[in-house]
Design a protein around this ligand. Structure first.
Ligand SMILES: NC(=O)c1ccc[n+]([C@@H]2O[C@H](COP(=O)([O-])OP(=O)(O)OC[C@H]3O[C@@H](n4cnc5c(N)ncnc54)[C@H](OP(=O)(O)O)[C@@H]3O)[C@@H](O)[C@H]2O)c1
Length: 287
């Protein structure tokens, strides 16, 4: 029995599907079971990983725990300790490629994500552990550009030549399933990137191909972009950290580790495959 926190999210939902497909019993944790829409055969557990006591019963009899940093927030260590107390043998944390950077330089921390804490909780749990240090999610492009794509063919942003190696969420989920169901990744912190470094302009062009639209990237000054981010409610510190992070990548290839290919024994999914998988969402984006 595997307990999955963050089960209704970007990584958790395909993870639940992979685990079920592999014949594992799954308890999927959500704060709202009525809205969860999880596959048949999954035991849906209502609870909040930020209040670990709400998961005490769900952890009973489980062999593995997927520890999701956004779902668990500051409670990762408490949740991992409770898992140990309840007899769970293994914890697999989702973390991020930048967990060792100065916390002030990690944009996601300003939005409340606690990737380092999730990794530290797993490593220090006394259980078999794995920490999945994920790189830039391909899905970020939908979040960043969806509204603009819905409004027209030009996407405005600060640095057309900034680079990422976007990773498909299905690959992250497939690796997480491998870590939970086999011994391959015990005691490891693989850095999981997509298979190729792409500029922002190249990612947008790939989306254009997938949805058959002539999308183009138009640079705007970083200050104008910062004002836009703050206008949609993002904290100023997040905007500053994000811009500082991406400017460093301009004109430099993003890190590509090849770990997904090594772990799964097949090529990592490309950004073009991701865009094709999400063509419907991309076409519908922006309303
Ligand atoms: N985006 C990237 O490029 C990137 C790269 C590396 C690492 N990461 C890290 O990966 C994590 C995000 O993963 P994801 O996209 O799978 O997450 P997600 O889909 O946004 O969230 C996963 C689930 O967590 C629960 N949740 C969300 N916000 C919550 C809150 N405030 N309190 C309690 N539960 C909450 C929700 O479940 P219910 O509503 O069902 O309870 C949600 O479905 C973050 O820690 C992020 O920093 C992201």
């Amino acid at each position: 029995m595997i307990v999955v926190t963050g089960a209704t999210g970007v990584v958790g939902r395909p993870l639940v599907e992979f685990l079920v497909g592999d014949g594992a019993d799954v308890r999927a944790v959500t704060r709202d079971a009525g809205a969860a829409k999880l596959p048949d055969g999954v035991e849906v557990v209502e609870g909040d990983p930020r209040s670990p006591a709400t998961l005490a019963a769900a952890l009973e009899g489980a062999t593995g725990l997927f520890l999701h940093p956004r779902a668990a927030g500051d409670a990762s260590a408490e949740l991992a300790a409770l898992a140990k107390e309840r007899g769970v043998a293994r914890v697999v944390a989702l973390a991020a490629v930048n967990v060792e950077d100065d916390p002030a330089d990690q944009p996601s921390r300003y939005r409340g994500d606690r990737n380092k804490e999730a990794e530290d909780a797993a490593v220090g749990s006394g259980l078999e552990w794995t920490s999945l240090r994920a790189g830039f999610f391909a899905l970020n492009t939908l979040t960043m550009w969806g509204g603009q794509i819905g409004a027209g063919d030009v996407v405005h942003g600060p640095y057309a030549e900034a680079t990422e190696a976007p990773v498909h969420e299905r690959d992250l989920a497939a690796v997480a399933a491998r870590a939970l169901l086999t011994d391959d990744l015990v005691g490891r912190r693989p850095v999981l990137t997509g298979p190729r470094s792409l500029s922002y302009a190249e990612m947008l062009a790939a989306i254009g191909q997938a949805i058959d639209r002539p999308l183009s990237f138009r640079e705007i000054p970083p200050d104008a972009f910062k004002a836009h981010m703050m206008g949609i409610g993002l904290p100023e510190a997040f905007a500053d950290a994000y811009l500082a992070a991406i400017v460093k990548s301009v004109g430099r290839p993003a890190l590509v580790t090849g770990e997904i290919e090594k772990i799964l024994g097949r090529p990592a999914l490309t950004f073009a495959e991701w865009a094709a998988d999400h063509a419907g969402d991309l076409r519908a984006s922006g309303g």
